[in-house]
Ligand binder design. Structure first.
Ligand code: GLN
Length: 244
């Protein structure tokens, strides 16, 4: 199992900055993610625009981060109307491993075992590995990922720079295992995790969330809870990159 490391993204909100979060409308729990992004952006005080992605052309304007929602990964793969979109999403992700991506449940499956090409994460995943729908469950998940909001600095001088609050990132202190309401619906399980990954979530000692570069894969559904931690994380990562 990967060594547990602590990572923290601390973001000073800047109203001047607007970031675009791409939401893949493949199938499944999409609208809940949109709501979670709206709520998380508000919590962070960051302007985040949701870019709904239905076709590959929707990526043209550019996005700062991507959400791959849960659903049915097979349906996502085989529906021909998704083919062009999926290809473009893989291309976008492969262009830079630091690009922030949040893949939940089926989204994590699409990252760990793409229909073609190399996996996006150094991990193997088994579909429906907890059993059938009736075996879906909710349980506390220990989370090792925190996003803290740094209050805007008080500025005493007025210049264009003064309205741009710096983003503070520390590589130290990722969460404290504070629990998260994990919703597991016909969830996959990681069957192996490579050394390049960082464990960010555990249920009962089992890894249920990993991070590698900018890619975060969870086997559960954070968008179905009111805890916006993971959505704050992706917004903050996008904001950090946008400010670079
Ligand atoms: N069982 C689904 C699959 O294999 C994933 C379930 C989910 O996303 N909630 O694709």
């Amino acid at each position: 199992m990967a060594l547990k490391r602590r990572v923290e993204g601390r973001v000073a909100p800047s109203r001047a900055m607007s970031i675009r979060i791409g939401l893949a409308m493949l199938q499944g729990a999409r609208h809940e993610h949109a709501q979670a992004i709206v709520g998380a952006a508000e919590e962070l005080g960051i302007d985040a625009e949701i870019k709904v992605l239905r076709t590959s052309g929707d990526l043209d304007g550019g996005i700062d981060a991507l959400i791959l929602p849960g659903g049915e990964s097979t349906t996502m793969r085989i529906a021909s109307r998704h083919q062009g979109l999926l290809e473009s999403l893989y291309e976008w992700m492969n262009d830079d491993p630091q690009r922030p991506v949040l893949g939940t449940c089926a989204g994590a499956i699409l990252m760990c075992s793409p229909p073609s090409g190399p996996p996006l994460l150094d991990a193997e995943i088994s579909r429906n590995a907890w059993g059938r729908q009736a075996k879906s469950f909710q349980a506390p998940v220990a989370v090792f990922l925190n996003v803290e909001v740094v209050p805007p600095a008080v500025t005493t001088s007025v210049s264009t720079d003064a309205v741009h609050h710096p983003l503070v990132v520390s590589s130290d202190g990722l969460g404290d295992g504070e629990t998260f309401p994990g919703v597991f619906i016909r969830a996959p399980r990681f069957s192996s995790i490579g050394t390049g990954t960082t464990v960010v979530a555990e249920f009962d000692g089992e890894v249920v969330g990993i991070l590698q570069g900018g890619r975060l894969a969870l086997t559960f559904h954070p968008e179905l809870t009111s805890d916006r931690r993971f959505h704050r994380w992706i917004i903050s990562q996008a904001a950090i990159r946008a400010a670079d």
